[in-house]
Design a binder for this molecule. Structure first.
Ligand SMILES: C[S@@+](CC[C@H](N)C(=O)[O-])C[C@H]1O[C@@H](n2cnc3c(N)ncnc32)[C@H](O)[C@@H]1O
Length: 267
């Protein structure tokens, strides 16, 4: 499978992307020595902070992108922190197969990654099942699927030559409404869930920056499903259409919705 993530492109908006991580971390109850897993950990930079701030016993960062993880491999790791290449789906499948206390986590954490995993109604219960009896689940997902940046990308999958290039593929949209997450968490045994919809107020230099932002995240998924030369044309067409529809005022105000979810199992 193509590894379409580029840490340099992703980190162009590092400051903006980090704030939700810290907001999510603030929801976690700190119990020293926890066994933590960070799903879709990216470059691992924030996983290190997670491990350190929580004084975790062990933290495992998992990401399917070797290129993202290569950033963290360059540095020595503190005790208890490790990374591995793998998918979120396979981690959950392995957790379901394993049994006994060693198989479970005290905290499953995921910042800006679970929206790449399908069917949250089925997936969140599987996350809950991988937790210790009083384990915590904390995740953050973008909720921009109805925004112009996302709608235009999806529209292009229906237009030639991209339609044939994608061969009928459309980007799945698994993100639920905030209240649906609250209900789901409650049903999964998190009796006091916290779910927040936050609009992050990003101020970008200009509207072109929105295209750069999307190249670092959303468009990576389209890149995985198109031949490279056709993907270049896709990005050009996407950029032209998006910029034409955005306000030319500089700086460009870019509100970005995200959903933060936290819960602790009670037995
Ligand atoms: C937007 S980045 C977030 C990275 C990191 N959590 C952070 O906050 O900086 C999303 C990451 O999820 C990873 N990812 C997406 N789908 C995945 C999957 N199914 N399994 C494992 N990693 C996945 C990507 O490779 C990427 O590094």
């Amino acid at each position: 499978m193509i590894d379409s993530w580029d840490p340099g492109q992703y980190d162009r908006f590092q400051g903006e992307r980090e704030q939700p991580f810290f907001d999510l971390l603030a929801l976690v109850r700190r119990v020293p020595g926890m066994r933590v897993v960070d799903l879709g950990c990216g470059t691992g930079k924030l996983t290190r902070i997670l491990h350190d701030r929580l004084q975790a016993g062990e933290t495992t960062g998992i990401d399917r992108s070797d290129r993202m993880l290569a950033v963290t491999r360059a540095d020595a790791l503190p005790a208890g922190l490790r990374f591995r290449v793998g998918t979120i789906e396979s981690f959950i499948a392995q957790a379901a197969e394993a049994s006994g206390p060693a198989a479970v986590c005290d905290l499953i954490f995921s910042n800006a990654a679970l929206h790449w995993v399908d069917d949250h109604h089925a997936f969140v219960p599987r996350l809950a099942a991988a937790l210790a009896p009083d384990g915590q689940l904390a995740f953050q997902v973008p909720a921009e699927h109805d925004g112009l940046s996302h709608v235009l990308a999806e529209e292009l999958t229906t237009i030639e030559p991209f339609r044939s290039g994608f061969g009928g593929w459309h980007r799945p949209q698994p993100v639920l409404a905030p209240e649906a997450y609250a209900r789901l968490l409650y049903r999964c045994g998190f009796k006091d869930p916290i779910v927040r919809l936050i609009v992050y107020p990003h101020v970008l230099a200009g509207r072109d920056e929105v295209v750069e932002w999307m190249k670092g995240t959303l468009l990576t998924e389209y890149a995985r499903h198109l031949p490279a030369d056709l993907f270049d044309r896709f990005v050009q067409e996407y950029g032209a259409r998006l910029v034409a529809r955005l306000d030319a005022t500089r700086p460009f105000f870019f509100p970005f919705k995200r959903i933060l979810c936290w819960g602790q199992r009670t037995g």
